[in-house]
Design a protein around this ligand. Structure first.
Ligand code: FEO
Length: 395
């Protein structure tokens, strides 16, 4: 499959309709994904990124039908993670002398992954490579989202090949943003940002400003996953600027697990208290053990405050609550408030443990938490409602 994006620029990647778990099991790709590879043809021919290893043979076969492999002058690898470099080994088997253009960190990573000493050409920000009437300009983008990442910009056509940035895990037979549901597209783009990019938001802001200062007009953004921003690509740049600037909606997210419903009842009474105090606040509840963890992270990303609830189990937390805390810690959320709650029967350590964890992650702690013993009685319900009102007043 090939899609011509502009004269001399073809998408030649792979749509993966089957995948549902990405990065091991860390990311739920509920709409599938794509591995976007691009073929740029001028006086020189350049392949930008490849596809994941399981599709190597199919990819190289399709590529060879499009262009004689020995006519490829350069392979640009914007990022060495195997979803993009996975077909490199098969490709380079056919053209072992072809130059691979990438960052120094990318060379280290590719050598580490494939144990091959290919013909690398290391580039850094501002370096140009003439491909005929057009130039490629390279822009290092470390930590968006790996230390090896770079963007590649094509002059004349003004196309930014942004690798993971601006991408989404979204498979569609329509590969461009003017042909797909805008709600689905931006929902997937936000989920991707919240779960993969958000941790590096300060770098995102600096990088977008750096590109603006380079005076490189951008007419199209070609990410390495999902839909290509072919029309009005400034929309996703503006979204990234908004999302990278401590993005918040008027929302509180309540995340809990429960054994015999007491902590679930607490969550619901707390939600009622929040609503009674401020009915404009959007409240979302998730039982962590039966919810999509990436959706939870996305909702936390959107929230002003997050409440975590767990009953006490073996003097600690229920395991799924502990698991989501580990993910939340990795996200390094900023400028959000949090508090804990939970039921207990005998010892009741969960609320203190949760509060200490949240404090350690940099959340502003709203209060010292609320724990109740056994099932909520009339007083406990009143305490939950008051707790919810306090949360609403403090965000
Ligand atoms: Fe899509 Fe960081 O690989």
């Amino acid at each position: 499959m090939k899609i011509t994006l502009k004269k001399g620029i073809d998408w030649i990647g792979k749509i993966d309709w089957e995948i549902r778990r990405f990065h091991g099991h860390e990311y739920t790709a509920n709409r599938g994904t794509s591995y976007n590879s691009y073929l740029v043809r001028d006086e020189k021919n350049v392949l930008i990124d490849t596809v994941a290893a399981p599709f190597s043979l199919e990819f190289v076969k399709n590529l060879a039908e499009e262009i004689a492999l020995d006519k490829i002058d350069y392979v640009v690898i914007n990022h060495a993670e195997p979803d993009h470099s996975g077909a490199l080994k098969e490709l380079m088997r056919h053209i072992p002398q072809t130059t691979i253009v990438c960052t120094k960190n990318c060379v280290d990573s590719l050598r580490g992954h494939y144990h091959e000493d290919w013909n690398f050409q290391i580039v850094k920000t501002g370096d140009r490579l003439s491909v005929g009437k057009k130039d490629l300009i390279f822009i290092e983008a470390p930590m968006i989202h790996w230390p090896d990442t770079m963007f590649t910009y094509l002059t004349v056509d003004n196309v930014l090949f942004s690798n993971d940035a601006f991408g989404q895990h979204y498979a569609s037979e329509f590969m461009t943003n003017d042909q797909v549901s805008q709600n689905d597209l931006f929902a997937e783009a936000m989920k991707y940002y919240a779960n993969i990019v958000n941790k590096f938001s300060p770098i995102v802001l600096r990088k977008i400003n750096e590109i603006k200062n380079l005076n490189l007009p951008i007419s199209m953004i070609c990410p390495s996953h999902g839909i290509i921003w072919k029309k009005k690509c400034e929309q996703i740049i503006d979204k990234y600027l908004e999302w990278a600037s401590d993005y918040q909606e008027n929302q509180v997210t309540i995340i809990y697990d429960t054994m015999w419903t007491a902590t679930r009842q607490m969550a619901e009474w707390i939600a009622k208290g929040i609503h009674q105090e401020d009915s404009t606040i959007n409240i979302k509840l998730f039982k962590v053990s039966n919810s999509d963890k990436n959706d939870i992270i996305t909702e936390i990303f959107k929230s002003k405050a997050v409440l975590f609830g767990s009953p006490t189990l073996n003097n600690g937390l229920m395991s799924e609550v502990a698991g989501i805390l580990e993910e939340v810690q990795g996200m390094a959320f900023k400028k959000k408030s949090a508090a804990a709650f939970g039921s207990y029967g005998w010892s009741g350590e969960s609320v203190v443990k949760l509060t200490n964890s949240l404090q350690g992650m940099g959340f502003k702690i709203i209060n010292q938490g609320l724990k109740i013993q056994w099932q909520p009685d009339t007083k406990a319900i009143k305490d939950c409602i008051e707790y919810g009102k306090e949360v609403a007043r403090n965000i």
